[in-house]
Design a protein around this ligand. Structure first.
Ligand SMILES: NC(=O)c1ccc[n+]([C@@H]2O[C@H](COP(=O)([O-])OP(=O)(O)OC[C@H]3O[C@@H](n4cnc5c(N)ncnc54)[C@H](O)[C@@H]3O)[C@@H](O)[C@H]2O)c1
Length: 387
């Protein structure tokens, strides 16, 4: 028998759309008992929110998010607002006994994230952070390959996350379109926005990051603020590079910027171990590149010309998530990463096995982000405390 999962969405921007699509398609693809019901969306601009609600099928609009969080007809609060609002919404939702799915980064900093973890754990409510790249089938296959011990002793992890949309000096900071450049709303620049994804994927695949040393840069020092109209100092990091030591003894390099001309959402990762390597590039998202040393090692000299990387088209029904979609050889897209995440979350509710990353797990990523920003200030290595 199906059960309703009554959703209250806070924020109706990019992620509001991506998540709404997932709620609407969940039961078309995944055999879960819960059926999402889009009850309410909260946003400051009622007219724009009404248009969003009509388009996606939400029953009502509220301009005060607290009304949605406290409403009796809502089971799940989905936090799709900018970062500075995450904590207050989550604390209120936990108090109201609601399940919470929160966008990344979980919080503005570790102190906030810690408070949020305590709140959802004390309330005993299911919770998840939308680190959706774990749900790209090719990255999930990389995780399977690592878990199958096909990589062997890990030596190197390499991640890049590059964009180019803030190079112009007249891009403002703050306001609805450019809140990511406002330190008071975003908490940080590329570190919390882009590297948080890279760090989450890295720790999922290769275990905790213990220490980091970082360098950040803010190329445009002052920008007009869209709300105040004044030229103000820019507090966010435009670019960040850091070296990492993993608890398993391997080394990592992480690079992120919004100043890589031509790069729109260039998100890559590579893990090199004694027995193999995996490589993924979001611009070629259906593929996982895999080099397997032990299996491909030539038995004779004659076979050595056959060794090399395999480019696996991750579309077979044996591949993660792919049995839920089309026939082998046909692809899925960006939006399905949110659908896969939602399916995992709902499956977690139904089986009682909490889905990862939950808030406690996402707190570990927050610890690394904070350590990166601290190291960039001091110029010294910083312990992360991540587990
Ligand atoms: N998982 C991912 O890959 C991914 C991708 C993009 C964004 N995100 C995260 O999702 C959250 C929302 O990001 P988005 O891209 O959907 O943002 P967006 O700008 O597209 O939408 C933000 C929404 O919040 C509302 N809002 C409330 N207070 C605001 C304020 N002070 N300033 C600006 N807008 C305000 C806006 O009206 C809008 O409805 C952020 O935490 C972001 O980091 C995650």
């Amino acid at each position: 028998m199906s059960k309703e999962l009554r959703v209250g969405m806070i924020g109706y921007g990019f992620m509001g759309r991506a998540h709404s699509n997932a709620y609407k398609r969940l039961n078309d693809f995944f055999p879960v008992e819960h059926r999402p019901a889009l009850k309410a969306v909260a946003a400051r601009d009622a007219t724009k929110a009404q248009a969003f609600a009509r388009n996606w099928g939400y029953e009502r609009v509220e301009t005060d998010w607290k009304k949605v969080v406290r409403a009796d007809d809502i089971d799940l609060i989905d936090v799709c607002a900018p970062n500075h609002m995450h904590k207050d919404i989550v604390l209120e939702a936990a108090k109201a006994g609601k399940m919470v799915c929160c966008e990344k980064p979980l919080a503005m900093n570790v102190d906030e994230a810690q408070e949020m973890v305590e709140a959802v754990e004390k309330a005993g409510v299911p919770n998840m952070v939308w680190y959706n790249y774990r749900r790209v089938p090719a990255i999930a296959l990389a995780k399977q390959i690592v878990d199958e011990k096909r990589i062997g002793k890990p030596f190197h992890y390499r991640a890049t996350y590059l964009q180019d949309w803030t190079i112009a000096e007249d891009v403002p900071q703050g306001g609805a379109a450019t809140w990511r450049l406002d330190i008071d709303v975003a908490g940080s620049g590329v570190t919390g926005d882009l590297l948080a994804h890279s760090i989450d994927s890295a720790m999922w695949l290769n275990g905790p990051i213990s220490r980091v040393v970082a360098r950040t840069e803010t190329f445009v020092k002052q920008r007009k603020h869209a709300v105040t109209g004044k030229l103000q100092d820019v507090g966010i990091d435009d670019a960040c590079m850091f070296l990492a030591e993993f608890a398993n003894g391997s080394m990592g390099t992480f690079e992120s910027t919004r100043y890589a001309r031509g790069r729109k959402n260039f998100n890559t990762l590579e893990l090199n171990g004694a027995d193999g390597s995996v490589y993924f590039d979001l611009e070629d998202p259906e593929y996982l590149h895999f080099f397997e040393y032990t299996r491909q090692a030539p038995k004779t000299k004659v076979e050595s010309h056959l060794t090399g990387w395999r480019k696996i088209h991750v579309t077979n029904s044996e591949h993660p998530y792919m049995d839920k979609y089309w026939v082998p050889g046909t692809c899925i897209g960006y939006e399905h990463t949110f659908l896969n995440a939602l399916a995992d979350f709902v499956t977690g509710i139904e089986t009682g096995e909490p889905t990862q990353p939950d808030f406690r797990n996402a707190l570990q990523t927050q610890k690394v982000c904070d350590a990166v920003l601290l190291s960039a200030k001091t110029g010294l290595w910083a312990d992360t405390g991540a587990e």
